[in-house]
Design a protein around this ligand. Structure first.
Ligand code: PEP
Ligand code: MN
Length: 255
């Protein structure tokens, strides 16, 4: 994975100590872009992220020089990030925003893109994950919605996180089914960079290893991967988050 973008970190931010210590461990592995989800989409009501109160820790990470990658579920999340990170003297340029797979209201997508344009510095990028179902036009449409809201194409990155199995054959028991050829076709068609999220495809540590291996011969531009300092204590997606030792083993295969 040399020269590729790796965004790693917990599924969800849980405490100041968890996210800062995780980021410092990742830095030792030359990973500088950290997953910092404080708003979590959940299938069933349960822990849905630490929310607004976690923004100050994100500000702290940006001050330490980390790039904090965060899912915005609503346009006001961008305003809240801009306001609190500025107030805490953090670095707003050190943010990556992403649109999650399940956030498929195009009006909300447009409003989030508009807020990124109006309230964040122009070097902040938007990662667009594929929607849960496989449909090329829809994924391309999200890109169009972001661009018609004023976001330059060079600020958009894509991320493949698999498609809902929906009763398809799934012998590996993946959480979502990957289609590497499809993702690479979209990368080529759009000219945009394409990341791979093996965590939400795999659904288990074993599958994450398998997917990263299988994807090695495809031209992905990087990974968004879940890593937790103590996966057993995680409040979300326990079984798919890599420990730091597992991350070391995974990275070793790619040197
Ligand atoms: C996530 O990355 O935290 C997430 C919820 O994934 P997805 O949007 O791909 O389901
Ligand atoms: Mn997760």
């Amino acid at each position: 994975m040399k020269n590729k973008l790796i965004i790693a970190g917990p599924c969800a931010v849980e405490s100041e100590n968890q996210i800062i210590s995780c980021a410092l461990e990742l830095k030792k592995r030359n990973i500088n872009s950290i997953r910092t989800s404080i708003w979590k989409p959940r299938t069933k009501p349960s822990f849905s992220g630490i929310g607004f109160s976690g923004i100050k820790w994100i500000a702290e990470l940006t001050k330490l020089g980390f790039v904090a990658a965060i899912e915005a579920l609503l346009p006001e999340h961008i305003s809240q990030l801009a306001e609190v990170i500025s107030k805490e003297n953090g670095n707003l340029s050190n943010l990556i925003i992403w649109l999650g797979s399940r956030n498929q209201n195009h009006l909300i997508q447009q409003e989030i893109a508009k807020k990124i344009v109006s309230e964040l510095p122009n070097d902040v990028k938007l990662v667009i994950k594929n929607q849960p179902w496989k449909e090329e036009e829809h994924w391309l449409g999200i890109i169009d919605h972001a661009m018609m809201s004023g976001l330059d194409k060079n600020r958009i990155v894509l991320c493949h996180r698999g498609f809902s199995p929906n009763g398809s054959l799934n012998p590996d028991k993946y959480r979502n089914l990957p289609d590497f050829d499809f993702a690479i076709k979209i990368k080529e068609k759009t000219g945009l960079k394409m990341l791979l999220d093996p965590s939400h495809i795999g659904g288990s540590v074993e599958n994450v290893f398998k997917i990263v291996n299988n994807a090695a011969k495809y031209n992905f531009d990087g990974l968004m991967i879940e890593v937790h300092p103590n996966p057993n204590d995680a409040q979300t997606d326990k079984i798919q988050q890599l420990s730091l030792q597992e991350l070391d083993r995974l990275l070793l295969n790619f040197e």
